[in-house]
Design a protein around this ligand. Structure first.
Ligand code: R5P
Length: 280
């Protein structure tokens, strides 16, 4: 088996290969003067079972994945691990005339097997033309949370979409759990309904599948601190953390931000490498 990391998942590929006692294959990634992307795998993949690891956070990342699959045309099999799949939130036609962007992306990824990690909406897996499985990082998140020095903690999901994952994490840790009601007004603005939740004097850990603009978490932090929460930690699987999300979260009063390395950011202190390697 050969592990090959794309430009967005170099560290995760290295960590996954290490879990398997291997070294990742080295590739070159650059751009032509006109900004088109170039890539080259620096090993012979003919006849090999190849595992490509590449999150598709940007359009360029997505095209890199397609280039990598094509570069492995002579491999025996190609498994794509897409730890964070971009466009997964566009899983429906919200207005007439819109594409289902997640379906467009899934249809373009042609290989033998696919893994995602906590994909935003599991029904997207059906759009792939090969067997696709979603891996759940909630156990790893739970491990991290258990290492925090928390006072009478409660885990909270900011909306129903992530409720199952957060409840599972809380059950594993045997700590309280609740879920907020969220209504999205626009790409960067949400309203979170207050709940009859007593967080006074307690440490709260908010967990979402992803943090993009930070709007959801900022609203939640405001509510929790107004309700007397002691400290509010913010966690997610996918740290998209677009624009000024990080300073917004700290300015709102977050005590810490943690995430996995499905997207490689400064906050990615939890690795999903073992989750991936255990399933290959
Ligand atoms: C949406 O349903 C997701 O689970 C996240 O809550 C959302 O994408 C977070 O986005 P933002 O950080 O921009 O509020």
């Amino acid at each position: 088996m050969l592990i090959i990391g794309g430009p967005s998942s170099q560290l995760l590929a290295k960590r996954t290969a290490s879990c398997l006692g291997m070294s990742p294959v080295v590739s070159e990634f650059s751009r032509f003067p006109d900004n088109e992307q170039y890539m080259r795998i620096l090993s012979d993949v003919s006849g090999e079972d190849v595992v490509l690891i590449q999150s598709t956070t940007t359009d360029g990342d997505f095209f890199s994945l397609l280039q990598m699959i094509d570069a492995c045309s002579e491999a025996k099999s190609v498994t794509c691990v897409i730890p964070y799949m971009g466009y997964a939130r566009q899983d429906k036609r919200f207005k007439a005339g819109e594409p289902i962007s997640a379906r467009a992306a899934a249809k373009a990824v042609c290989c033998d097997r696919i893994f995602t990690v906590n994909i935003h909406e599991k029904s997207i897996l059906d759009y792939f033309s090969c067997p696709a499985e979603d891996l759940d990082a909630s156990f790893l998140i739970g491990q991290y949370v258990s290492g925090l020095d928390l006072n009478n903690p409660i885990l909270i999901a900011p909306d129903r979409g992530v409720e199952e994952m957060v409840r599972k994490t809380a059950r594993g840790l045997n700590i309280d759990c609740d879920v907020f009601d969220k209504t999205r007004l626009s790409g960067s603005s949400v309203v979170i309904k207050e709940k009859a939740l007593n967080v006074s004097g307690r440490d709260v850990v908010m967990i979402d599948d992803m943090i993009a603009t930070g709007g959801t978490m900022v609203e939640a932090i405001n509510l929790l601190l107004a309700g007397g929460a002691e400290r509010v930690y913010i966690g997610c699987v996918h740290p998209v953390l677009a624009g000024n999300a990080v300073p917004r979260l700290f300015n709102a009063g977050a005590s810490g931000i943690f995430a996995t390395d499905t997207i490689e950011k400064e906050q990615s202190c939890i690795s999903v490498a073992s989750l991936i390697s255990d399933n290959l």
